[in-house]
Design a protein around this ligand. Structure first.
Ligand code: LLP
Length: 445
């Protein structure tokens, strides 16, 4: 496993993150445990801040869908970034964390009346409108509330990103945004300009996620600038904000070659500047929305090894106490991960095994990985689990969701409490007509 962030092997020969011994963390907080490396998270925010905000005066809004909770909102705020939310739940989290409203951007392709109303009442910065239905609805609601909603229109630029089919979003045949090619995007802009409670600020695209080719971004930026010119020619309005989405790829496993944030910024800004010059348009405020590349490398999941099952000549399964319930990505996208045994990372990795989860599905977290010989009770650390793990976790098999600890400089603080069995029953109701028997309760003694 490649060590990332503040990971080291300490004097006891254990994996340490943020100056905390991971074996101690597992003992203190239990497993599965999401560990968030604060320094790594903050540094990733700073790469973006320096490369976009300081260097080019661009804006960076962290995509909360990758990982969001109250403590993460505080980190993002302290690092000077804005925040993208994609649902009422994410917005509520930001509100409760005291995140400045004007720095919140609201995404989503089917925002409900309740969600839009909540966002209007809160006075958030931008509504990223996705379709004709939404812009009429938002205009009505803003009108009723007597406010102007600042909107950015999501468009589909028709750019194919080289990434997994399920996380591509820029193509014309997408549920997201209005396509430029069909003429719907320009019609959307014209419609917004006619609606009295909407204030048109700019356009947005997001071509996909876990992207390594900066060419795809350059292409998208160029197409968007062409669209900006079209908008100017047809409406006389110069777009002031150009949001180019998120999606920068990160290292998960051998073969992944992420591009530095600095390079990503230079590539995008170069295209935008050149085109603005060429078309004699004012330089728009560029916005990017990274999620994974900020939180992904900062996360590690600790598991306890249970059953080790060797099928002679076929495969050895090392089973852990979590699985697709805390990390559905291998099941959904065949995502690859690296891991080590946190209590003996230095031992020779000479046993080829597959790491299985405990859900009643095939539930394999990692196929064919070389580890030192694993025994029940060992702590398995899977790296790079900070993005789309906690945020996509589920209660399949009624497994309580894991806790999350924030580590830094030898300190570990619980930032998400582990769910317990009572939490699992919190929303269960039994109609009176079914109440024929009393709960048995646990037999004691
Ligand atoms: N902006 C928009 C409009 C998005 O839809 C997304 C991600 C982002 C920004 C942030 O993208 P990032 O920098 O994190 O790649 N569950 C999938 C990823 C889905 C991405 C959804 N949108 C996965 O686990 O790979």
């Amino acid at each position: 496993m490649k060590l990332s962030g503040t990971m080291t092997v300490n004097e006891k020969g254990h994996l340490s993150i943020g100056g905390c011994d991971t074996v101690d963390l597992a003992r203190q907080f239990g497993t599965p445990l999401y560990v968030l490396d604060e320094e790594c998270f903050r540094n990733n925010c700073r790469f973006y801040y320096q490369s976009f905000v300081q260097k080019y005066g661009a804006a960076v809004t962290y995509a909360g869908k990758a990982l969001l909770n109250l403590a993460v909102c505080r980190l993002v705020y302290e690092e000077g970034l804005g925040l993208d939310v994609a649902s009422g739940g994410e917005l509520y989290t930001a509100l409760q964390a005291g995140f400045p409203m004007e720095k919140i951007y609201f995404h989503g392709n089917n925002k409900s009346i309740a969600e839009l109303t909540m966002a209007l009442e809160a006075g958030i910065g931008r509504f990223m409108v996705d379709n004709f239905h939404e812009l009429e609805l938002l205009n009505d609601l803003a009108g009723q509330a007597g406010v102007q909603a600042g909107v950015i229109l999501r468009v589909a630029p028709g750019v194919e990103a080289h990434t997994h089919e399920y996380i591509k979003t820029g193509q014309i045949d997408s549920k997201f945004g209005l396509a430029i090619e069909t003429g719907q995007a320009i019609d959307g802009v014209k419609r917004i300009l006619k609606l009295s409670s909407l204030s048109f600020k700019g356009v947005h695209c997001h071509i996909g996620s876990q992207i390594f080719e900066l060419d795809s971004y350059a292409h998208a930026a160029s197409v968007m600038m062409d669209f900006t010119r079209q908008v100017y020619e047809q409406t006389g309005v110069a777009i002031s904000e150009l949001d180019l989405g998120g999606g920068l790829g990160i290292y998960y496993a051998e073969g992944d070659q992420p591009k530095p944030v600095q390079e990503y910024a230079d590539v995008i800004m170069d295209v935008v500047r050149k085109r603005a010059n060429e078309y004699d348009l004012p330089l728009p405020q560029v916005i990017v929305e990274p999620g994974r590349s900020i939180c992904g490398p900062a996360g590690t999941t600790l598991y306890t090894v249970g059953a080790v099952k060797d099928i002679p000549g076929i495969r050895k399964y090392v089973t852990v106490d979590g699985g697709m319930s805390d990390n559905p990505r291998p099941a959904l996208y065949r995502s690859r991960y690296e891991a080590c045994l946190a209590n003996k990372p230095g031992r020779p990795a000479d046993d080829l095994v597959s790491v299985a989860g405990k859900c009643c599905e095939s539930d394999i977290l990692i196929w064919d990985i070389a580890l030192p010989e694993a025994e029940p009770g060992d702590i398995l650390a899977v790296s790079c689990t900070g993005a789309y793990n906690y945020s996509m976790a589920m209660n399949y098999n009624r497994l309580p969701k894991p806790a999350m600890a924030l580590v830094n400089d030898g300190r570990a603080d619980l930032i998400v409490r582990r769910e317990n069995y009572v939490d699992l029953l919190r929303n269960d109701l039994v109609p009176e007509r079914l109440e024929r028997s009393k709960p048995v309760g646990l037999v004691s003694g």
